[in-house]
Design a protein around this ligand. Sequence first.
Ligand SMILES: Cc1cc2nc3c(=O)[nH]c(=O)nc-3n(C[C@H](O)[C@H](O)[C@H](O)COP(=O)(O)O)c2cc1C
Length: 207
Amino acid sequence: MLPDHQSIAPSVLYFGTPVVLMVTRNRDGTANITPMSSAWALGSCVVLGLSSAAQGAVNLLRDGECTLNFPSAGLWANVERIAHTTGVNPVPSHKAEMGFVHESDKFALGGFADQPSELVLTPRIAQCPLQFETRLLTSHSSAKQRHGASSTHLIMEVDILRVHAHRNIVVPGTNHIDTAQWNPLFYVFRHYFGDSVDLGKTFRAEH
Ligand SMILES: Cc1cc2nc3c(=O)[nH]c(=O)nc-3n(C[C@H](O)[C@H](O)[C@H](O)COP(=O)(O)O)c2cc1C
């Protein structure tokens, strides 16, 4: 490629990661959905980046468990329906200023159905073809505290206890995800992307 780059200062650095719907349980036992995208797999763990102001982070720290639910691209409008909400009540002032409102039932608002888990008390989201049951391993604060901010970023590592995949995205008779069928939703510089094209596989791919 020709050396034709510019130095820029983007206000958003979300370069493109899958959307994850993290479900946690509130103190009263009801379930909350936290849409997030700062997440990646590391061996049998997933590393999550969460604002300490998110209800999901508070619940995960208290209960030590969550489910991670991966929506397919077709669910982007359902995700966006709950994007402006928080389980925190009252809404923190910095979020209220951005237009966030409190919502105690994000399942109903987003048109999602809950599905019981097998190893944890936290439910899954039935419409998500891929779901992980997890338990919290570690959590620490990001070294970079935003100046004057009332919240910080938490980096949380969760252990995957069980993986559930809809039969439509599993290669029959195997433990492999059928990547021709799995169409994850991505969050790229605050836009939703989907329908990704399979360009080829790495030398370690088993399927
Ligand atoms: C697609 C998408 C991705 C997001 N990614 C993150 C993220 O990675 N970490 C985070 O703390 N918040 C993220 N957010 C913002 C949270 O969803 C938002 O703060 C929400 O109010 C949290 O809900 P809760 O307070 O009920 O947990 C994202 C929002 C959307 C719509």
